[in-house]
Design a protein around this ligand. Structure first.
Ligand code: SF4
Length: 127
């Protein structure tokens, strides 16, 4: 079969909502035919996943407190999956020097983007 007209089928689970539809994607050249998504959001998710997958980051950063050495954090938006290592390089340079509450800004505009790093843990609660 000619490679240009070869039809490929892949399966992707949509994670845009808790239903987690299994979407069958038939790819022929640049054309995509989707089967199994229950809504338009699922179609958008699959097309994004196949062209430029995006992810949120959840991780921890260093702090200057001995009783609370690592703070859990997350990005407040998604970044391209291919750039995760670049974002992590910057995140790994962060050291928190004040006790933060969940949602507090840890670092603004990661890598010059619109995405910020925020706290997901309450540093005032120490056991
Ligand atoms: S396709 Fe629609 S209904 Fe199915 S998991 Fe995705 S968002 Fe939910």
């Amino acid at each position: 079969m000619n490679q240009m007209t070869e039809r490929k089928t892949i399966y992707i689970t949509c994670i845009s909502c808790p239903l987690g539809c299994s979407v069958e994607v038939h790819q022929k050249g640049n054309e995509l035919e989707l089967v199994g998504n229950r809504c338009k959001k699922g179609e958008e998710y699959v097309r994004q996943e196949l062209t430029n997958p995006m992810r949120s980051i959840t991780t921890t950063v260093r702090t200057s407190f001995h009783d609370f050495p690592r703070l859990s954090v997350k990005t407040d938006g998604e970044i391209p999956l291919k750039d995760i290592y670049l974002f992590m390089e910057e995140i790994n340079t962060v050291e928190v020097s004040e006790r933060l509450k969940p949602g507090a800004l840890v670092k603004a505009h990661l890598r010059g983007s619109e995405v910020n790093l925020v706290a997901t843990c309450d540093m005032s609660v120490v056991e």
